[in-house]
Design a protein around this ligand. Structure first.
Ligand code: SF4
Length: 269
C-alpha cells in the first residue's frame, strides 16, 4: 500500500513541477505566436491586409519598410489605410538615409574603392535599396523573434504564386494565394474600397520608389508631365551621381528628349 502511495506521490510531484515550469512567465512568452503583415502599400499588400481584417484573421503587427523615396501619393495612401483600419502601421526606416547611400557613402572595397555613392537602384544597377529594406525588416523581426514565434504574411497574388517558392520552408503565409486573388482582382478590390493612390496605378505598371530605374520611358514621361516637382528631384539626383539612369542615357538626356518632343508637338498642332 505504502509503495503505491509513494509512487503516486512522486508522480504527482513531477506533474506539478512540469505545470509550474510550463506556466512561468518566460515560457508563456516564448510560445507566443505573432502574426506580422508585411505591408508595402501596393495593391497586393493593401488587398491582403483588408481581406485579412474582413475575415477576422489575427494580425498583431503591420510593418512597412520605408526608403523615403516613395511617391507622395503612397504616403497619403498609408495614412488613409491607417485611418480606415483604425490602427498604426509600424514604419521601419533604412539605415542613414537614401541620399547618403546614393551619393555620399564612400566605397571601401572592390574596384570602385574610394568612390562615393551607389547611384541609382533597380534593375540595371544593383538593388541596394531592396537590400537595405530587407535589413531593416530582418533587424526588427530578429528582436521580435527573441520572445515570439513569428508568422509573416506576404502580399503575393495568386497569379504570381511562383514567387512563393523562393521562401519555401520559412514561416510565411500568402493569403491572396489561398483566397485565389489575382493582381487584377486585388487592384479592383482596393478601388472598390475607395483607394486609388492618386491615379498611380493608372499610369504605372508597378508602383515603386519614384527614383527606381525600372521605370519605363512612358512612366518617366508621366512624372515629367504630371509631377514636375518629382522630376526636378530626379534631375537633382542625376547631378549628384556619375551613373546614367538608364543603361546609356542620363536623365539630362531624357529631359532633353522630352522637351524636344514637346516642341515638335507644339509645331504640329
Ligand atoms: S523600388 Fe526600385 S529603387 Fe526602390 S528599393 Fe526597390 S529596386 Fe530599389
Amino acid at each position: 500500500m505504502s509503495t503505491i502511495f509513494y509512487t503516486f506521490f512522486i508522480f504527482l510531484l513531477f506533474f506539478l513541477c512540469g505545470q509550474i515550469w510550463l506556466f512561468t512567465e518566460d515560457n508563456i512568452t516564448m510560445t507566443d505566436i505573432k502574426h506580422v503583415v508585411m505591408f508595402s502599400g501596393g495593391k497586393d499588400s493593401t488587398a491582403m491586409l483588408l481581406l485579412m481584417i474582413e475575415k477576422s484573421m489575427q494580425i498583431d503587427e503591420i510593418c512597412f519598410a520605408d526608403t523615403g523615396m516613395e511617391f507622395p501619393e503612397m504616403y497619403d495612401h498609408i495614412e488613409k489605410v491607417e485611418k480606415l483600419i483604425n490602427r498604426n502601421i509600424t514604419k521601419l526606416h533604412i539605415k542613414k538615409n537614401w541620399m547618403y547611400w546614393f551619393s555620399e557613402h564612400e566605397k571601401t572595397r572592390g574596384k570602385n574603392k574610394g568612390q562615393k555613392g551607389y547611384g541609382w537602384c533597380g534593375k540595371s544597377h544593383c538593388r541596394w535599396g531592396t537590400t537595405f529594406k530587407k535589413t531593416a525588416i530582418n533587424h526588427y523581426l530578429k528582436n521580435l523573434k527573441k520572445e515570439n514565434e513569428i508568422i509573416e504574411y506576404h502580399g503575393v497574388a495568386s497569379d504570381e504564386w511562383s514567387r512563393t517558392l523562393k521562401n519555401k520552408g520559412r514561416n510565411i503565409k500568402y493569403p491572396l494565394v489561398d483566397f485565389g486573388f489575382t493582381e487584377k482582382q486585388a487592384l479592383q478590390y482596393c478601388y472598390n474600397k475607395g483607394f486609388n493612390w492618386g491615379g498611380l496605378y493608372d499610369n504605372m505598371v508597378r508602383v515603386s520608389c519614384f527614383c527606381c530605374d525600372q521605370k519605363r520611358i512612358g512612366e518617366l514621361k508621366w512624372i515629367y508631365n504630371e509631377r514636375p516637382e518629382l522630376w526636378q528631384r530626379l534631375l537633382n539626383m542625376q547631378s549628384q551621381t556619375k551613373y546614367n539612369f538608364k543603361d546609356n542615357m542620363s536623365l539630362f538626356e531624357l529631359n532633353k528628349r522630352f522637351k524636344e518632343s514637346e516642341t515638335l508637338q507644339g509645331k504640329l498642332f
